[in-house]
Unconditional design. Sequence first.
Length: 231
Amino acid sequence: MMNIMECKNIQLIKNNQTILHDISFSIEAGDSIGIIGPSGSGKSSLFRLLNLLISPTQGEILYKNRNIRDYAPMELRRSVSYILQKTYLFGTTVQENLLYPYQLLNQKPDFHVIRNYLDKANLSINTLEKKNTALSGGEQQRIALIRSLLIKPEIILLDEVTAALDEENTLLIEKLVTDEQEAHHLTLLFVTHNTSQAKRLAKKILYLDAGAIDFWGTAADYFSLKGERDE
Ligand SMILES: Nc1ncnc2c1ncn2[C@@H]1O[C@H](COP(=O)(O)OP(=O)(O)OP(=O)(O)O)[C@@H](O)[C@H]1O
């Protein structure tokens, strides 16, 4: 299996506080990695590093064997897409958001593809004409995810994207992601506080505690060890 991304001895210090200590792990193409750990353990900081929003104090991050600092940030962010709990739809209508990826990629909009994603997300084609503000939080989150997927990233970083959603919306978001993994070998890293979600989606678990890796391995091992600890 090819390592699509690698963190090598990452350290992050901010205001004299060590936020991440010596983080090393490799991400294989097609992986599905759940990142869990207590509040303040550094999960979002790790994503911000992987997306070139901040730089490590020490260590290096490689994407396809090349230091991410050697990529233009916008170029890297097309391949490594970062989606937050609080989504930002821009402009006025849903259509503007779903046509944006085609402008970015300099391609003609493919309404067949758009319709397909809307169908999967349980949204009708008429949603395109709706104003962003006319959508529920769950619908906005689905549109934001579709907008990201239309850019055809190789990796997506989902930072608690379903934390504010109900079960139905959560499962729709999960389905969009898992279908994309099957169809395009998408690599998934997701932060969650939801154990059931981690069990449903993760093949591997990275557990952070106070900025250090406390567990890194298969989800099966993690949940069987955790089960023993909880007994
Ligand atoms: N810009 C910053 N400047 C200084 N300290 C920061 C900054 N951003 C985050 N921190 C600190 O870094 C630590 C890790 O924060 P981070 O948001 O990465 O944790 P997290 O695991 O994502 O937490 P949560 O689960 O609550 O979202 C915290 O102690 C936080 O206060």
